[in-house]
Write a protein of this length. Sequence first.
Length: 482
Amino acid sequence: MARTQIEAAREGTVTDAMERVAERENRDPEFVRAQVAEGQAVIPANANHDALDPMIIGREFATKVNANIGNSEETSDRETELEKHHTAVHYGADTVMDLGTGANLDAIRETHVEHSPVPIGTVPLYEAVKRAGSPEDVTKGLLLEVIEKQARQGVDYMTIHAGILAEHLPLTDGRKTGIVSRGGSIMASWMEAHGEQNPLFQVYDELCGIFAKYDVTFSLGDSLRPGCLADACDEAQYAELDTLGELTRRAWEHDVQVMVEGPGHVPMHRVAENVERQQAVCDGAPFYVLGPLVTDVAPGYDHITSAIGAAMAAQAGAAMLCYVTPKEHLGLPEEEDVRDGLAAYRIAAHAGDVANDRPGARDWDDALSEARYAFDWREQFRLALDPDRAREFHDQTLPGDNYKEARFCSMCGAEFCSMRIDQEARRDGEMETLDDDRDGGTDLESSPAAEVNRPPVGTHESGDLPSVDDENDYPVERADDD
Ligand code: SF4
């Protein structure tokens, strides 16, 4: 019996996971099988992860978003970590990476796997360093032991920093920000201390054996990703990418699924180049990118700087986007940061899917636009990427139930609501004359359009729309209307 999804696919078998993925993506199961067989897509699904609802990562499928969570020495209880996990999934993470470095790592990881409907990813090197006490004291035996244990626990994919080689290290000497990947800096320090090749590279075939046994998917780490625009697309980054291409093919020889991680910080005019190069060098293996941030000057807003790059990467063919929160470079994200980061990345992913004409992607936009033009506020909120945020913002100024029937919002106001004016003109066949009439402004009290849009009975006059500041004086009952 096939041990991995790729092995089954190569044998011509459509697995239950492939059937489920096809259903979720509105694709033919045979297409899913062929994509997995050719290594163009992965289904991270550890045989020991019973709670998983299988999903697929590949450039022909909907772009996915990962959220990182994890404890530190200060916060290490299972409930807190599970709460973070829940928040990430609630706000739309397709996979969750547990990057914990604190206490109780095994118990927390097992809790994640036990409860998670989405794939769990880890960076096992972090646990190995924690157990060894320092990067230099990590051994090849310890790396294999930690990785096998995490595989047995049900982790679906692991970042493995096997692509950074001793001969790459001098190439980073002229960089502005050196090696910014945590795993990369650990491996570099190990190689310098031992005068040996990267230990993960040395044991790579044994790793493939472990991954094949449990069907763990490689996420080949980009240890030399650029940490600033000045270092983007340099010799070090692309030398490591060549090694990642070789490691991809070696994993495929073992019937192991692979995706490849990418940068980082890249200016807009070179984002597509990065995706195209990875796709060529790694024979189409799915590209999993962090951002990239397209400028370095906006700490506090790096969910935006990176979502711009992520949208461009998605359009160019990246398969999964690792989210960045507003706290990037500054501190540990709180729940609201996770929410903002995931919203930014789901926008980037969806924008890429629309641009690439993924099945059903544009339907979402069209449905929301129709609800918007129909002034169907409840439907607009329901369809919104973040329904709670959309409703909250609308209700800050127009909170009452009655305003869910209104044909305007407080942005343009009742008199100047362009969609309402447009609809009136079309209904009355007066598109031409309306323009003329507006030269002198629309009379709110007497125009037919204003009549239609007057707030429903029982509320204040439209001229008394409340501001946020005087909401306590607002006479209409605030309603949690649905
Ligand atoms: S008032 Fe302006 S923003 Fe609000 S619904 Fe009308 S056109 Fe749209």
